[in-house]
Write a new protein. Sequence first.
Length: 358
Amino acid sequence: MPSTLTLETFDPLDPTRRHLALAHLAVREAAGRADHGDRFRRYSLDELRADARPARQDRSEYVTALVPDGAGGARVVGTAVHVFPLLDNRNQTFADVWVLPTHRRRGIGSALIEHLVTRTRTGGRSLITLESLRLLDRPDEASAFVARHGFRAALTDHRSDLDLPDDPAEKEPAVRTLLAPLDAEVAAADPASDHDLVTYLDEIPERWLAGRAVLEGRMSTDAPLGDLELEPEHWDGERLLESLARLRDAGRRLVETIAVQRSSGQVVGFTMLVVHPDHDGIAQQWNTLVLPEHRGRRLGMWIKAANLRALLAHHPGVRQIRTYNAEVNEPMLRVNRAMGFRAVAELTEWQRRLTPTP
């Protein structure tokens, strides 16, 4: 670690450390805008505080890297988030690192990563996972850096964006045109003959909670994982409610559609879109899943098209939707391409297995 560099942990919920929380956000934004331009998404103080609140499923630690500012104080030039799962995957941690563009290649990112590695070890865990994102039209600067620290690439996701007209009058006909081929394909497969769609906002109705929790758990076993070492996750209604409470505390709004098999009453598919008022009209496509035994009826297309229409009906200011899919998940990538999404970036998930401390 450079001799003038110090690392300081902080709690975003501690009012006496508000300056570090704000500096953390500023570094994230500066790094994101430098690396991703107008494809960057802001992260708000409400989101930071919500993610930092103690939860049954995980806890987070935050650390900043500071250098002297020349006036007797210190300036935050790097920052990291470190997540410790508490219910599943208790053998590992998940982390993200950001460094100001003006202070890169000075050992700051390396110091933060080694701090994360040390904390993972002292926390009794043997595996750490990092992510890096690069736009397809920009050079890849992160991969060599992360690899030098002993991480291996375990999974590559495509990030795809759907750009929509800003003018609401143009948006509805544009979406109708985009979805027309999907509507035709869905009609030919006729999933409506034995399935109903249910769309809800922000809260999952109690009657669907248990079935929806089962599908959340299946995300950890059914979604392509490449070479990622991950344990299956167990989700129940309580855990799902806690996750939704965190989402609301962060100021995020949920639009979700499920597919219910009429003959059994079983929830067999879902898709979720999330939007935040501070994200400049950018919505995030989060999880989508159809149970394997119900695939082949175009349920995925059906629920995603319905959820997109619901999103724009309730949040007409959305101008862009972003989604991530494993590069090996061709069925979902095909659905996204058919909806008008185009690949703009690659997200790599890196893992490093640690040897025990002597």
